[in-house]
Design a protein around this ligand. Structure first.
Ligand code: ATP
Ligand code: ZN
Length: 287
């Protein structure tokens, strides 16, 4: 019987390449030296890896040249292919934003009416304008979009932004966000049941890695008289682990805290008399 395999497309080089490879590695999928090769495979999972330009990934996944792919949501929505987004991956975060000259008084989407907009995202921008009932002219350019207003080519641009420093360096300001984007896992609509089983196995690992990244393992020493208060501050997976310390009257408490509530809880724990607080990264988390 033919063993099922999955073909995954990831970016060959660029902003998503390294984190895509690292995610697979954290999932126990070692990739043999990619180098300049178009394709490689893993010894530890029935996976073939294709290295492609990010713009081509939606098409290849739609055509089942690759069964799944890792690509930015911005590219997924721009290409508008018949593929399915299965999981947000938590990296490659950026915004697709409208930017105008710094001196301009942008007062909402209506500002764009009758204006020229330069962008590499004509699909997304066209839909955005239509949804907002605004008529504007879209100028598609493939790179260096941020220089368009300065050379009189456009009144506004729509481009990817993360820190905003490129905009600033070109005398522009971010005026509105059209799309918040991050890397996602996409899949072909017609994968076989056996391939879907592999995909679910991969997704299980991806979720464990993602969850671990968002959580920290916390160990602390607590005076027994404050134990109740301290335990009430800790969410944990179930209840925290409590172990007696060699010193009478003290316990060691172990728990898991999520990144976004982390600092607030640590402060409260200190106020409640916790000492010797250790915070440890978690590698995988299966709940
Ligand atoms: P390719 O050669 O594969 O076509 P590219 O030049 O189109 O590469 P990159 O600049 O490597 O693409 O960006 C790949 C993806 O990284 C973007 O589509 C986007 O999803 C994400 N990204 C994250 N932050 C940013 C940012 N500040 N600017 C641009 N893209 C970003
Ligand atoms: Zn690209």
């Amino acid at each position: 019987m033919d063993r099922a395999r999955l073909k995954i497309a990831i970016q060959k080089s660029g902003r998503l390449h390294e984190e895509s490879v690292r995610l697979l590695k954290d999932c126990g999928i070692e990739i043999k030296n990619g180098g300049n090769k178009l394709k490689t495979e893993s010894d530890s999972f029935p996976l073939e890896i294709y290295f492609l330009r990010d713009d081509d990934i939606p098409q290849y996944v739609e055509d089942a040249v690759a069964d799944i792919g890792i690509v930015g949501e911005n590219v997924v929505y721009e290409k508008n292919k018949s593929i399915e987004v299965v999981e947000k991956l938590g990296f490659g975060k950026c915004r697709l934003s409208i930017a105008v000259t710094r001196s301009e008084n942008y007062n909402g989407v209506g500002f764009l009416a009758g204006k020229k907009i330069a962008t590499s995202y004509p699909g997304i921008v066209g839909k955005f304008l239509k949804d907002n009932n605004v008529n504007a002219e879209i100028h598609e350019i493939s790179g260096s979009v941020e220089i368009a207003p300065g050379i009189g080519l456009a009144d506004a641009i729509v481009d990817l932004v993360s820190s905003g420093s490129t905009l600033f360096a070109n005398g522009l300001k971010e005026a509105d966000t059209i799309l918040n984007s991050q890397a996602v896992l996409v899949k072909n609509n017609g994968i076989s049941p056996a391939q879907n089983t592999l995909l679910q196995k991969l997704l299980f690992r991806i979720r464990a890695v993602k969850k671990a990244k968002n959580n920290k393992y916390v160990l602390l020493n607590a005076p027994n008289e404050n134990l109740k208060t301290i335990i009430s501050l800790l969410p944990g997976m179930k209840s925290p682990t409590v172990l007696p310390l060699a010193e009478p009257g003290w316990s060691s408490v172990h728990s898991v805290l999520s990144e976004n509530e982390f600092w607030e809880i640590i402060e409260k724990l200190k106020d409640a008399g916790a000492q010797g607080i250790l915070v440890v990264p978690i590698e995988k988390m299966i709940v």
